[in-house]
Write a protein that binds this ligand. Structure first.
Ligand SMILES: [Zn+2]
Length: 419
């Protein structure tokens, strides 16, 4: 039986993966539990917008369901307005089983990671596949719960090992030997990724909230993440660790679209030309207009993307680019990364050199031509020499700083290794 759970955490604490961990102790789970990230642009998400799914050995199904629902009720943060848990039960042997149900579920998952999905749509899809749905409060969590059960990870999959704190440490500063994290990164990167930001000398594996998670290490295989965890020196007691199979760092949320096809909260890959110069806007963000024929949209590199903004500022009108990102609160693509395909050539006019005297001629004023100071020879304006301006930017991929990276965003290092 497949079980999907979502939206049990809150901005203040808890974590849906913790409930998965509790259930792994109580039930006979087959294979790895899943941690499925959903559309990061949805405004009513709690924090990471992650749902979990488990494949549990069937037996006394009513008892299994009771255990799951009780565990959710015990651990979910119901006081938080944004916490609206949902649980889905689906009688299927495994996640990959191909049948008509799988197709409906896969389509639903594809939509839930890259577009806006309603509770009504989730209800309809659940009915079509005979899934049993349990809603708490508004029940928005059934969207993620159903998507997590239906996620198709056959094209790409990553793993995350999550270490959990003991309850008395919840809310306190996480204690870790920082050197061990850099050491682990050195030994396992790029098979593990998003561990540290070497530019800022910053550790990224520790979450910031009050939740039970001590740290999470992401990587290409269950073996590498567990090896990486062994290299970490936590300076506090760890309750447990659990490895999840995930859609993190896979770009599964990004779909190729034209500007005219974009809808609010879509995640997309959009190509076009830069129109107009990038602008710095209030708050430290940088925006530019992307144009494809008569269609136009703003693209934004937020302050949090750090050095990425320096690249965006170097773009000029006419450059051909592909933008990777999603539409958030404002009608603009929040850039996760960008591919510079072709730079437009820009030239500056330089005064010509006098053939006889071998010195640079002087401008007679705007549009009035040139004169040699020495021999007084005159040349018309079109004698000016055109020199290509060095753009200080090369075609290629550029990405947001690791700290600002979306869970679903594929780091460039992974992209390279997959090509
Ligand atoms: Zn001269």
């Amino acid at each position: 039986m497949l079980i999907g759970i979502d939206d049990t955490d809150s901005t203040a604490g808890m974590c849906t993966t913790f409930i998965a961990k509790e259930l792994c102790k109580k039930l006979e789970v087959i294979g790895f539990p899943r941690l499925i990230r959903l559309n990061p642009n949805i405004p009513y998400k709690t924090r990471g917008n992650g749902a979990v799914a488990l494949n549990v050995k069937t037996g006394n199904n009513e008892k299994i369901k009771k255990i799951v629902l009780e565990t959710v009720e015990k651990n979910a943060i119901f006081e938080d307005d944004k916490t609206n848990p949902g649980v889905v039960f689906l009688e299927k042997r495994n996640f990959e089983d191909y049948n008509i149900y799988t197709e409906i579920l896969r389509d639903f998952y594809e939509k839930a990671i890259s577009e806006l999905v309603t509770i009504g749509e989730a209800d309809a899809a659940a009915r079509q596949v005979n899934a049993e749905v349990h809603k708490f409060k508004s029940g928005r969590g059934i969207i993620g719960a159903l998507a997590a059960v239906g996620a198709d990870l056959s094209a790409d999959v990553t793993y995350e090992i999550i270490a959990y704190r003991i309850p008395k440490n919840y809310g306190t500063e996480r204690k870790i030997d920082p050197e061990s994290v850099f050491e682990m990164d050195k030994k396992t990167y790029p098979k593990t990724f998003n561990n540290v930001d070497l530019n800022l000398n910053k550790i990224l594996i520790l979450p910031r909230g009050n939740d039970p998670v001590f740290c999470g290490i992401r990587g290409e295989s269950p073996e590498i993440v567990s090896e990486a965890w062994k290299l970490i020196k936590p300076l506090e007691e760890i309750e447990d660790t659990l490895i999840f199979q995930t859609n993190q760092a896979t770009d599964a949320h990004l779909k190729k679209k034209k500007i005219s096809e974009l809808m609010p909260f879509d995640c997309a890959i959009v190509s076009g030309r830069v129109s107009g110069e990038p602008k710095n806007i209030h708050g430290g963000h940088v925006i530019f207009k992307l144009k494809y024929y008569s269609q136009e949209i703003d693209c934004a590199a937020y302050r949090e993307t750090a050095n990425f903004r320096k690249i965006i500022r170097k773009l000029r009108a006419g450059d051909k680019v592909t933008a990777y990102g999603g539409i958030g609160k404002y009608w603009a693509i929040n850039l996760e990364k960008i591919r510079v395909l072709k730079l437009k050539k820009y030239y500056e006019k330089i005064n010509p050199v006098c053939e006889k005297c071998k010195i640079k001629m002087k401008s007679e004023g705007n549009g009035k031509g040139f004169q040699c100071k020495k021999c007084k020879k005159k040349l018309p304006e079109d004698a000016a020499v055109l020199k290509e301006i060095n753009r200080d930017l090369k075609p290629g991929f550029y990405e947001a700083a690791p700290d600002a990276r979306r869970h679903l965003s594929m780091p460039l290092v992974r992209m390279k290794n997959r090509c």
